[in-house]
Design a protein around this ligand. Structure first.
Ligand code: URP
Ligand code: ZN
Ligand code: ZN
Length: 472
């Protein structure tokens, strides 16, 4: 009887701190030994000296999220987690979104029903708090935090989700009191509305005007305000999908003051620009309508610098999957609509890891250790899943990616999501995940998906562990 279920041999194992050649032995879905010349496993995989990183933790993605209005997400838990696995991501954290007037508990129960039996990789939930009633603040949210929903997103924009400053303070206060992580979508809703009305009145309604309605200034102002609100309450926040220089400057300033402000960015702010929303009034740019919008090349460089120098804590996809050619997607009711009616968001679960490994690590912009920190270790720590997730260590789940340095041209046809496009069509990368293991099971072998619906388990989250614990 072999001692191990699986041994991955000759791995160039890379963690957030080190890189070392070793065998990785797996039993019962967990890593049980790291070493040289380990005993045989029932299954053996030779990594042949290739880089092996922890499976990605995509801590910002939207799957089968209930929506107000006609829009419907193209990916549910089955297709979204299939796509994640084939792209080297083995844990996803989508959002259980509270609708205004709905109880938070009901939103969570509904979201569990949507996930049940479908997920191919493990998953946890963030909450979206859109209606912080006294019952939500005093009863539901504290109870849900205790039960393992230890992070929630606060929106400063979108009519159906946004909170005013007083409500944000109330919700942040619950995060402080109960040790949860508050994520903030920072864009100034009133400025966006005012700009949108002016653009509409002058007939500027093509997709490219989405970027004009949400200039960097509206993100900068809201980022500053979110920081001020968190300072007032004395609680850490994590500013999500930071798009460029002016927001980065606000976060650097806050850090300089010693404030605990974390930040996330996403592939769209490295690889897309506002020109991808169109340079004329054609509708194709609707594919890249997301918020905040992609900026310009100079801002991309600022984001790269922030990834390399520690400004960013987390690198997520913000996968928000809407078909382009679909009445439930980017063409509401089958029509080409003014930009403000285009569902916001782009797909990216499957491409996130390869984009950063190829253009970040192999292009020499970030170290392999930084890659692991941003894509796996820090998201696992930020949302209370570390050390079970996000690292290669004895006791951790055997969630692994073996990298192939092979030229890959991204084509939507090769991806495993249910979306009818990728914003990265035709992009040439120097690597792609050659194999993904989820709790020791091969779910992607470089050409074929072999996961099982329902194999992914729900993970209750613990306390965020990015910061040292206070005594007492
Ligand atoms: O445009 C985006 N980012 N859509 C997804 C929802 C959000 O705000 O993250
Ligand atoms: Zn957002
Ligand atoms: Zn999002």
């Amino acid at each position: 009887m072999p001692e191990f279920d699986l041994v991955v041999r000759n791995a160039q194992a890379t963690t957030a701190s080190d890189s070392f050649l070793c065998d990785i032995a797996v039993r019962g879905g967990r890593i049980v030994q790291l070493g040289l010349d380990l005993a045989p496993g029932a299954r053996e995989i030779d990594a042949a000296g290739r880089a092996v990183t922890p499976g990605g933790v995509d801590a910002h993605c939207h799957l089968d999220q209930p929506m107000e209005g006609p829009a419907r997400m193209a990916d549910d838990f089955a297709t979204g987690t299939r796509s994640a696995a084939c792209g080297g991501t083995t844990t996803v954290i989508p959002f259980a979104a509270q609708m205004k007037g709905q109880s938070l508990r009901a939103a969570v129960e509904d979201y569990h029903r949507r996930a049940e039996g479908k997920a191919h990789v493990d998953y946890a939930f963030h909450l979206i708090v859109s209606d912080p009633t006294p019952k939500v603040l005093k009863e539901e949210l504290p109870a849900l935090i205790r039960e393992g929903y230890t992070s929630f997103k606060i929106y400063m924009t979108y009519d159906d989700l946004k909170l005013d400053d007083g409500q944000i303070l109330d919700v942040l206060d619950v995060a402080r009191e109960h040790g949860a992580m508050a994520m903030v979508h920072a864009e100034n809703a009133d400025c966006i509305e005012w700009l949108t009305k002016r653009l509409e009145a002058s007939g500027r309604t093509a997709p490219r005007y989405h970027a004009h309605a949400r200039p960097m200034l509206v993100e900068r102002e809201a980022t500053h305000r979110a920081i001020a609100l968190s300072q007032l309450v004395d609680v850490p926040i994590l500013v999500v999908h930071v798009s460029g220089k002016e927001a980065v400057e606000q976060i650097r300033w806050a850090r300089g003051l010693g404030l605990k402000v974390f930040a996330e960015t996403c592939p769209q702010y490295l690889f897309l620009t506002a020109e991808d929303l169109g340079t004329d009034d054609s509708y194709g740019g609707a594919r890249c309508v997301c918020s905040p919008p992609p900026r310009d090349r100079a801002n991309q460089e600022v984001i790269w610098d922030g990834l390399a120098d520690g400004l960013f804590t987390v690198f997520s996809s913000d996968h928000a999957p809407f078909n382009f050619d679909d009445p439930a997607g980017k063409k509401p009711g089958g029509e080409e609509v003014p930009f403000q009616h285009i569902p916001n968001g782009i797909p990216g679960l499957e491409t996130r890891m390869a984009l950063l490994w190829s253009e970040g690590v192999l292009a020499g912009r970030i170290t392999p250790q930084k890659f692991v920190e941003l894509t796996a270790t820090n998201p696992a720590k930020a949302y209370g899943l570390h050390p079970r997730k996000g690292t290669i260590a004895v006791g951790a789940d055997a969630d692994l990616v073996i990298w192939d340095e092979r030229e890959t041209v991204i084509r939507n046809a090769m991806l495993h999501h249910a979306v009818d496009y990728t914003p990265y069509e035709g992009m040439r990368l120097a690597a792609w995940p050659g194999m993904t293991l989820a709790r020791g099971e091969v779910v992607w072998d470089g050409s074929r998906f072999s996961g099982k619906a329902g194999a992914g388990r729900f993970l209750p989250c613990g306390a965020p562990s990015l910061l040292p614990k206070k005594r007492g």
